[in-house]
Ligand binder design. Structure first.
Ligand SMILES: [Zn+2]
Length: 265
């Protein structure tokens, strides 16, 4: 990350400065994902990859950005399961009869396996977000694969479901990660709209305002159901914004659901 531009990372969790580190269906899509991303590999080997630059990614890698059906919004949550905050999300979503995708950290799932199981039992889709929340470019290819495999095993053991979707911490994919996801049959999916609830002083209103900037049919929304890598109160701000988001989608006639029903291209 030497000499790279500063900026918020895609997941917004650290101040790691890296222009390629921004922003960053099922197994049958895995090979296609890897093939589709091959264009990014040349860059990815030289650095973390242009896949992480929001506007570039959206234009060149629509599938990686989570672009789906025009009348559908994919709702995704990262960094859980967290006993402090995830239950509030499960309850709210259940009350609205909305299902979503939760990208779980293996380390968190191991600490709260029952909560991880509850997420799946409530009908939500479970993806994997790595074992712990480390920047992938700090790892070698083998360590990346080991981390992912460990996370997949932990999430599968806790939920009884083998995760097929992967979202890397900070939205950064590199060559090693792409090889690992292919080996493990995972499909990487980032996002196209976020709430920036990790910003200090974030409120439900600020999160909602950030979300609606890029909210449109076919988008994938990123929120966090845990504060484990962000300032305290982040998840609460996200939770507070969620009803407003769901209302707005309803008003626009957009269906909301997990990535598995998003019609990822
Ligand atoms: Zn994260």
């Amino acid at each position: 990350m030497r000499g790279l531009a500063t900026g918020k990372t895609s997941d917004g969790r650290t101040m790691v400065a890296d222009p390629a580190g921004r922003n960053g269906s099922a197994a049958r899509y895995a090979w296609r994902a890897a093939a589709g991303l091959a264009a990014g590999l040349a860059v990815a080997h030289g650095g973390p990859g242009i896949t992480a630059i929001g506007p570039v990614r959206k234009a060149l890698f629509p599938r990686l950005s989570g672009r789906g059906a025009a009348d559908h919004v994919a709702l995704t949550f990262d960094d859980g399961p967290d006993p402090e905050s995830t239950p509030g999300f499960i309850e709210l979503l259940g009350g609205r009869s909305v299902r979503a995708t939760f990208f779980l950290l293996g380390s968190m799932a191991t600490r709260a396996p029952q909560l991880a199981a509850e997420i799946a039992l409530a009908g939500h889709e479970v993806g994997v977000h790595g074992w712990d929340h480390r920047y992938l470019t700090l790892r070698g290819p083998r360590a990346t694969r080991d981390d992912l495999a460990r996370a997949v095993d932990a999430v599968a053991a806790a939920t009884g479901v083998a995760p097929r979707l992967y979202r890397p911490p900070y939205g950064v994919l590199n060559g090693g990660a792409l090889i690992a996801v292919r080996q493990l049959g995972l499909t990487p999916v980032l996002w196209s709209s976020w709430g920036r609830e990790w910003s200090r002083g974030a409120t439900p209103e600020s999160v909602y305002a950030a979300l609606t900037r890029d909210l449109r049919g076919g988008c994938t929304v990123l929120l966090h159901d845990s504060d484990c890598t962000s300032p305290p109160g982040s998840a609460q701000a996200a939770l507070g914004a969620l009803p407003m988001l769901l209302d707005e989608c309803e008003r626009r006639g957009l269906r909301v659901g997990p990535l598995g029903e998003h019609g990822l291209r």
